[in-house]
Structures are given as structure tokens and as C-alpha cells.
Design a protein around this ligand. Structure first.
Ligand SMILES: [Zn+2]
Ligand SMILES: [Zn+2]
Length: 232
């Protein structure tokens, strides 16, 4: 029986022989006997990774400077649910890594761990229960780490709060019910604007307007009320 590719959903075919393929998530090269037409491959470590491990692995390996592309990869990992606290970390890590890549630096494992530690404190459903979307708070965590903010700092603290506020406001104006995927996209768009303003980086986040790939598995999708919905 042919199983669908977990990345593109197209059928997986047996290859004439084992072939060296690059892991879609972390870039590690491994051998595979099966592949879809897009030659997508998931290495053993990424296949076995929990959502949190996968997000960290993808973040560490990413070379992209568009945070939306990094976040999309994370959200496509089979262990990452369509809705959930994982998106708080996705917003934080994808933004942080994209900025670091744009600066010609590499994100370090300890930086990413720090983002995990802070965003894990944000509860599920914080948008509706606290009035603060976890993706917006995750964006604040990314800028806090990038700027070296803490609660005693002056300008850095203001900027971390400012970017989280802008994202929260933009996400709120989309209406509900919540969509963690859309919230991540909007947070990253606000984050890219902030990176241009305060870091002088020409960071581009290409939003998937009218071409969201997650609608089919998002049971609470706002569909026509969402600017990312690609149509039925
Ligand atoms: Zn595929
Ligand atoms: Zn991998």
C-alpha cells in the first residue's frame, strides 16, 4: 500500500534502490528506499522527534531569512498539531532564527532552549483566557532574546513589549475562533516590520495570502473569513 508523503501528501513510491536524500526538516542526509515525487525525506531523528524537539531541530538547521518559511516547515512536522501551545515556540524560534540568519550569525542551541523555557509558560488558549495570544508573546520572547531585554531594561523592554503588543492587536483584529497557524503568520509579519525598524534588517516575511496549506486539518478554520484561506 502506498502511504502519502507526510510533507506534501502525494503518494510515496518505492525507489529502484536506496538513494541519498536530504531531510526536509533538518537537512541531514540519509538513505531511503521510498520517496514522493518531490523527493521529500525525513531523517530518523526528525521522524522520532517530539513537537518541541522538532521545532528546535528545524530552528537550529534553518538557513532561511524569511521566518514564515521556517515556521511553515515547523508546522508541517507530523508531531506538531494544528492548534496548540507549540505555536508559541514556533513564532519565537522562527523569528529569532530568521533575524540571526539575516545578520549572518547562527542561532545557538542555548538561545533556542531559552525560548522554549519562556514560551512553555504560556498556557493553552491564552488568547481567549488572558487576552494575550501565545504567538504574540512568543514574538516578544524572540525580540527580548535578540535585544537582550529583561524586566529591568529600558529601551529593550519597551521594544519587546511593543512588538508583542502590535502582534497581539493585529491577531485580535482577525476575529475568532482562534487559528494558531494564522496567528503565527501575523506575528511574524509584525516581527519583520519591527526588525526593519529597530534592527535595520530588510527582513521579508512572505505571507501565504489565499494559499494556506493547513485549512484541511484545521477543524475550526474561519475559511472565507480568513485572508489565508485558499478556497474550498
Ligand atoms: Zn512529498
Ligand atoms: Zn532531519
Amino acid at each position: 500500500m502506498e502511504l502519502p508523503c507526510p510533507i506534501c501528501g502525494k503518494p510515496m513510491h518505492e525507489l529502484p534502490g536506496p538513494k541519498e536524500l536530504k531531510c526536509y526538516f533538518c537537512g541531514e542526509v540519509g538513505m531511503s528506499n521510498v520517496a514522493c515525487e518531490g523527493k521529500h525525506f525525513i531523517c530518523e531523528s526528525c521522524r522520532l522527534a517530539s513537537a518541541e524537539e522538532a521545532i528546535e531541530r528545524i530552528g537550529l538547521a534553518a538557513i532561511e531569512t524569511d521566518p514564515v518559511k521556517i515556521a511553515d516547515k515547523m508546522m508541517k512536522h507530523p508531531a506538531v498539531p494544528t492548534y496548540g501551545v507549540e505555536h508559541h515556540l514556533i513564532a519565537a524560534v522562527s523569528m529569532f532564527v530568521a533575524v540571526k540568519n539575516m545578520m549572518g550569525e547562527r542561532a545557538q542551541a542555548k538561545d533556542i532552549k531559552r525560548l522554549t523555557v519562556f514560551t512553555k509558560k504560556i498556557p493553552y488558549g491564552s488568547c481567549g483566557f488572558l487576552g494575550v495570544c501565545g504567538a504574540a508573546a512568543g514574538l516578544g520572547a524572540a525580540f527580548s532574546a535578540l535585544l537582550g531585554a529583561n524586566y529591568m531594561k529600558d529601551k529593550e523592554r519597551t521594544l519587546a513589549m511593543e512588538v508583542a503588543s502590535r502582534a497581539n492587536s493585529a491577531i485580535a483584529s482577525e476575529g475568532g475562533p482562534r487559528c494558531c497557524v494564522a496567528s503565527v503568520y501575523i506575528a511574524l509579519s509584525e516581527g519583520s516590520k519591527m526588525a526593519r525598524e529597530v534592527l535595520g534588517l530588510d527582513l521579508k516575511s512572505e505571507l501565504p495570502l489565499g494559499r494556506c496549506e493547513f485549512a484541511d486539518r484545521a477543524e475550526d478554520c474561519r475559511r472565507e473569513r480568513c485572508r489565508f484561506f485558499k478556497g474550498a
